[in-house]
Design a protein. Structure first.
Ligand code: NAI
Ligand code: MG
Length: 344
């Protein structure tokens, strides 16, 4: 079947790596791409990250592939709240899944770790929690203050925890819940309570709760003890960058914003941003976005195509000639993708 995909390349290396991901997907699947030039660049011209009817334009598609948005001179809260967060929320993409895996030829900063040690999937709550717009500022000068209220609902916590347990059961991994109920005395004990309730339905899946700070240390000191890590929006954001780093960096870390009920399109975007420091040089690592596109194909039911891409990446990266500078090589973005296509 032919899949209809909305592409938002965005800014900086988002544009560069998305072009390569499209070439790789075209080699294995039948996809019709429709491109939207919504970005910080277009914000500077139009004053908007996306048109007023942007969400309605996206809704009919089977999925959304997003590069990254962010541009020096445009405050990050504009790109985030003008595009990414409205899409995630309007389409009920309540889980953000970030799997990490140590690929051949990639050096983990934890030098003695093997691929088996570093198999973690961070499941981040993606629609509520600490990233709320409840709050404000009051007062002036020395007496000014800022308040920000975290919002946790039983429905919201339960559904992401249940997703984590389903994934863990399917992948045969343990579940660890990130908490901070020692310091954060209202929302985190609530999170823990819902976690424990859901855990009772999954007695075959080993599960535990861990304070988020200790969990961060454990990702570095004992990653082999972790499998699926389920966390609130903020903790999941931090822990997923850390898990990506221990498995070799942002250049190879994929991610998906999923609507598991499929009532609206899911959105696929690598963990990394637009990387203004290397944008335009043609040296960004395309692997993260290509793995992200493979997650998209898997979500669309194209399991074989997804597996073929993952295997091609592993074969290609075994050759140092396919590695971009972040992996210690000298391949260009295009050269690295060419090697992956050749391996397909
Ligand atoms: P970043 O992920 O863009 O870059 C962090 C560092 O990692 C940089 O040194 C960069 O060169 C390197 N890096 C990232 N991806 C790479 C790749 N594929 N290959 C090689 N090196 C890579 O994060 P940063 O610098 O904090 O943010 C830059 C902009 O991107 C900001 O405007 C930020 O808001 C935005 N951003 C957007 C995201 C999105 O659209 N989902 C996610 C994260 C950041
Ligand atoms: Mg982040």
């Amino acid at each position: 079947t032919r899949h209809r995909i909305a592409v938002i390349p965005g800014d900086g290396i988002g544009v560069e790596v998305t072009a390569e991901a499209i070439r790789v997907v075209d080699a294995v699947a039948d996809v019709e791409w429709t491109s939207f030039d919504w970005s910080c660049q277009s914000y500077l011209d139009t004053g908007k990250m996306m048109p007023d009817d942007g969400l309605e334009q996206l809704r009919p598609f089977d999925a959304i592939l997003l590069g990254a948005v962010g541009y020096p001179g445009v405050p990050d809260h504009i790109s985030l709240w003008g595009l990414l967060i409205p899409i995630r929320r309007a389409f009920d993409q309540y889980v953000n899944v970030r799997p990490v895996k140590l690929l051949p030829g990639v050096q983990s900063p934890l030098r003695d770790r093997t691929a088996e040690d570093l198999q973690m999937i961070v499941v981040r709550e993606n629609s509520e929690g600490e990233y709320s717009n409840v709050g404000g500022r009051q007062g002036l000068g020395d007496y000014e203050m800022a308040l920000q209220t975290a919002v946790f609902t039983r429905h919201g916590v339960e559904r992401v925890v249940r997703y984590a347990f389903e994934l863990a059961r399917q992948q045969n991994l343990p579940v660890c819940s990130a908490t901070k109920s020692n310091g954060i005395v209202h929302t985190m004990p609530f999170w823990d309570e819902v976690f424990q309730d859901v855990a009772k339905e999954y007695e075959d899946v080993p599960s535990e709760q861990c304070l988020a700070d200790a969990l961060a240390a454990r990702m570095v000191m004992a990653p082999q003890t972790l499998g699926v890590v389920v966390a609130s929006n903020l903790f999941g954001d931090l822990l997923s960058d850390l898990s990506a780093a221990v498995a070799g960096g942002l250049g190879i870390a994929p991610a998906a914003n999923l609507n598991p009920q499929r009532t609206a399109p899911s959105m696929f975007e690598a963990v990394h941003g637009s990387a203004p420091d290397i944008a335009g040089k043609g040296i960004a690592n395309p692997v993260a976005q290509i793995l992200t596109a493979a997650m998209m194909l898997d979500h669309l039911g194209e399991t074989q195509a997804a597996v073929a891409i993952e295997q091609a990446i592993e074969r290609a990266l075994a050759d140092p000639g396919a590695r971009t500078p972040d992996l210690g090589g000298s391949a260009t973005t295009r050269g690295s993708a060419d090697a992956i296509i050749a391996a397909l």
